[in-house]
Design a protein around this ligand. Sequence first.
Ligand code: ADP
Ligand code: MG
Length: 704
Amino acid sequence: MRPEILTPLFASARQLPGVGPKLIKMIARLIGLPETADHEARVVDLVWHLPASLIDRSLRPKIVDAPDGQIVTLEVTVGQHRPPPPRNRRVPYKVDCTDETGTLTLVFFNAHKDYLTRQLPEGETRFVSGKVDWFNNAPQIVHPDHLLSADEFDAMPPIEPVYPLTAGLSPKTLVKAIRAAVALVPELAEWQEPNWLIKQKWVGFTEALNAVHTPASEDDLNPLAPARARLAYDELLANQLALALVRRQMKRATGRTLAGTGAIWPTIVNALPFSLTTSQNTAIAEILDDMASGDRMLRLLQGDVGSGKTVVALAALISAVESGTQGAFMVPTEILARQHLKTLTQMCDQAGITVAILTGREKGKPREEILNALSTGEIDILVGTHAIFQAGVEFKDLGLAIIDEQHRFGVHQRLAIQAKAAGRADVLVMTATPIPRTLALTHYGDMEVSRLIGKPAGRQPVDTRVLPGEKLSEILRALPRAFAAGARVYWVCPLVEENHDLPWAAAEERHQALEKLFPGKTGIVHGRMKGVEKDAVMAAFQAGEISILIATTVIEVGVDVPEATIMVVENAERFGLSQLHQLRGRVGRGTGKSSCLLVYSSPLSENAKARLKIMRETDDGFIIAEEDLRLRGSGELLGTRQSGLPEFHLADLSVHGELLAAARDDAALILLQEPNLDGKRGDSLRTLLYLFERDEAIRLLSAG
Ligand code: ADP
Ligand code: MG
């Protein structure tokens, strides 16, 4: 159970001043809470929302000296109100204010008279703060940020934090809510080692939190500034401690010996239309060794898009089956599950292996039959989505669980899989997103790693071009010729439907437009469609009945259509590099020459330019992943989230790499000293885990 002291932080943010039903939704959007989340934005979510810049209001000149274009705070006497003539909304409401040096005009458009008369009573002293504009030799402030009485002014910090915003949310409201949220953070017993704090010159947690929300200078915004670094370290320590606990738990459960017999695999491998690469053979050998040993396998198979992971997975599954157990193959999307079912069935057919599928779509009787066959052991290999985790899904004897495209799953699911296997199944995680070393540590710190290097021979490099949106018409003009030559095209848009807050291409609108140009040749898939509908469209594309598949990133992972040779990505600047790399990996799979057109909307930021340039320059997923991490500013939110990198609120792996390494060592040491977190630091470290929502790891502790 979460310690009571943290309860206020995990309550809904609705209790904060000014946060009503409308605002809570905006806050959810601001912090990137998925629409499907089972809770509203909470107090703690705002606590983790750090300022991105600041406004310095300490400049306090007299009116005549107020510099044009700068933010100032002026002490003035309120003078005459000059409301606009009735029914003329275009003329602003003006209020003249004075000090001994001159007159300043406050200007309000669409003003509420009552409000202004209350805020600015004639003859009173007020502190006004905002940007001064000199207009016809007279200073004015349009929509001052603050109109304060002397008391209120005393309470106003001269330096104001500026938070990242989302459309519709006003900075003032947000600041107020965040201030209230931070005030709810209790004093917590220190979980860090005292000497380490002294060495780093770090203050306590609560003090550090207050400090990051009240920056005094630009330096304080640096992620390496002491208060920010301390909080980043807290988060990293929670992450590493949780992973260390998972690893220990997984290793503690004695594995089993799945030695294989070699009775089935040769039949399958000999029937493949290709021979395995050296790299595939090495990975298979590592995996089979691991399975054959008495220890439990916890292995990550990293291999770039198209490097041929599926057949490696199959080798492991077959070895589990040869050993008299079952295998599970879990993938993140329905489309992928169907595709894998098809590939695996083809490969396994002549060997008499039974492969079945279980996703959210199998319902009623068919589902019953599958569950039944699974529990009797009739099914050898079960492919599916996370529906595999649901209650009631019982294997006769699960020997190996494979999780494909793991970046979509969390530690949580890994533990769930493990529970299915009564804590004994070997686990192989596969990822096509090459992961930088630091990320591998934060996400897979608990695993051994195998790598597929390079790609099977005969692959053509993909010709990658970066083009401005204005060139779209040229692309469209070139398409008929490509179609005549049998080409199939993926066309990816960042949004499903038009959103007035975001000026990006939407799949539905693009689909309509392309269907007009190429009637009967287009189809669309996106995440909001029903599974059956998606399958039908994918099948039509695979079969060549349609030539353009308009899609959102649902096609990102794994989809295999060798005839597709053109990939168009609109608003490419909006995607993470690893994600673009994944998308590009959808083409260049067959013998045809392939191209990838990355279309951006101008103007392109320097950062975005650099990112797209990398896509043109290299096809090496590892380089791309490292660069993505290096260049991914905190502002490139969409890229981060959609590329599925692990979520940190306070730590930024592109700058906190060294802290991460320290946290990893620290976590190992802690578990040596206090294996069950029951020593001196135990309680406070448990609080730390709860604070950063590593609750699953705590369950491992109480389970002992
Ligand atoms: P990924 O690693 O992206 O999952 P896949 O396993 O889907 O890659 O393999 C991509 C394609 O390469 C498939 O069509 C597969 O049949 C083919 N392939 C896999 N291994 C080899 C190989 N050794 N030689 C030639 N083609 C291969
Ligand atoms: Mg794959």
